[in-house]
Design a protein around this ligand. Structure first.
Ligand SMILES: Cc1cc2nc3c(=O)[nH]c(=O)nc-3n(C[C@H](O)[C@H](O)[C@H](O)COP(=O)(O)O)c2cc1C
Length: 383
């Protein structure tokens, strides 16, 4: 019974996302992040080096297809299209929550297809923090079940998604959260892959980044607000199921959270590799996220929409994103990603206001004056 509910939910998430607007009302405010234009950049557009190293693996681009799906036979073609593109472009990819297959191994192939189509890509397994503890409707996952999820896709890393907002807005959601910190600590001690703590649209603040570091995670995906809202997805599902209480929660909280650019700055306190996901909608946004301090940049919905059409459409999204990112790199004088990390960025508007009130004035100043202070060669490779 429970396995059927979860399997059906995975399909509903995809159908709702594709059919309705799940973008939050409040954008990520990427336009608050400005590069300082270099009139004589001394960088050839066609010779820009976009490679990065992430946990020992070289990626051709600092891009990630964010965790979305698996768990139902109808989504196999989406994961296949995404994985083929990840392999072709040498980028990273995450699968959606593997809870459906942990409970019902019959749907494992909807995830395993990703490794089949992307034998060399950096792949990230996915489980939820709420499922690491006992809930009203189910026991905690065992360590063996987590290991099985990693094995299912021969994952290079494991993402533990943190989605308290989504669970609160979900008719059948897991409402308990006490014990997740201890469970995460135990997990990072026992799993032999890097564990990435991943928010799913509400962002990570400085204090939570430090807590995650203390839990032993190897990287943080800040999963900020300003893009797809899992709360809006659940509101649409609540409507479908006639659950008025969670419908109101889902609507009310659809723009809750820390916008992605802010979360990138806040989470740097942990000194861990950072993934920036949430509302990234162009190659310029990708470049902005990297210049702010992200090591990898993830997109979910734009890839989902493309993959629901074809593999070729996913490649088109990637080509456009890469072309746009390279222009930002050239115009800020960055011939490679290390140099992009040392490009000056001026932060204005609501993003600046938030960061100033939160005590990041000195960091904002340092970001706007990196060149004067360090020059292009001072990049610190955190991975
Ligand atoms: C349909 C859909 C399903 C998702 N499922 C998962 C999931 O199972 N696990 C997870 O960690 N994140 C999941 N996410 C969140 C994304 O990975 C990402 O953090 C979020 O969509 C923000 O990125 P975007 O604005 O580029 O879409 C999902 C997102 C969408 C749109």
């Amino acid at each position: 019974m429970a396995d059927e509910v979860i399997k059906q939910r995975k399909l509903e998430h995809i159908n709702v996302a594709l059919a309705q607007s799940i973008a939050v009302a409040q954008p990520a405010n990427w336009s608050d992040i400005h590069f300082v234009h270099q009139a004589l950049p001394e960088v050839n557009l066609d010779e820009i080096d976009t490679r990065v190293t992430f946990f020992g693996q070289t990626l051709r681009y600092p891009l990630l297809i964010s965790s979305m799906t698996g768990g139902h036979p109808d989504v196999i073609s989406i994961n296949r299209n995404l994985a083929r593109a990840a392999e072709e472009y040498g980028i990273a990819m995450g699968v959606g929550s593997q809870r459906a297959a942990i409970i019902n191994p019959a749907v494992s192939y909807s995830y395993a297809v990703v490794r089949e189509c992307a034998p060399n890509a950096f792949l990230i397994a996915n489980i939820g923090a709420p499922q690491l503890i006992e809930q009203a409707q189910h026991p905690a996952f065992s360590m063996q079940q987590v290991q099985d999820a990693i094995k299912m896709i021969e994952a290079n890393a494991l993402a533990v998604h943190m989605n308290s907002l989504q669970e609160a807005a979900q008719p059948e959601g897991d409402r308990r959260a006490v014990g997740e910190v201890e469970a995460l600590k135990r997990l990072t001690q026992q799993i032999d892959r890097p564990v990435i703590a991943k928010e799913t649209g509400a962002g990570i603040c400085q204090e939570q980044a430090m807590l995650l570091r203390a839990c032993g995670v190897a990287a943080i995906d800040v999963g900020g607000a300003g893009g797809s809202s899992m709360s809006a997805v659940e509101a649409a599902r609540s409507e479908l199921h006639g659950d008025k209480k969670t419908l109101e929660i889902g609507k009310l909280y659809s723009d809750w959270g820390i916008p992605t650019p802010i979360a990138i700055v806040e989470a740097q306190a942990a000194h861990l590799p950072l993934i920036a996901t949430g509302g990234v909608r162009s190659g310029l946004d990708v470049a902005r996220a990297l210049a702010l301090g992200a090591n990898l940049v993830g997109m979910a919905f734009p890839f989902l929409r493309a993959a629901s059409e074809s593999y070729e459409r996913v490649c088109e999204v990637l080509e456009n994103t890469i072309r746009e990112m390279k222009v930002a790199m050239q115009l800020s004088g960055a011939a490679n990603i290390a140099q992009l990390h040392t490009a000056d960025v001026v932060v204005t508007g609501a993003t600046r206001e938030w960061l100033t009130l939160r005590g990041f004035e000195d960091d904002l100043k340092a970001m706007a004056q990196k060149q004067r202070r360090y020059g292009h060669k001072a990049f610190l490779d955190l991975t």
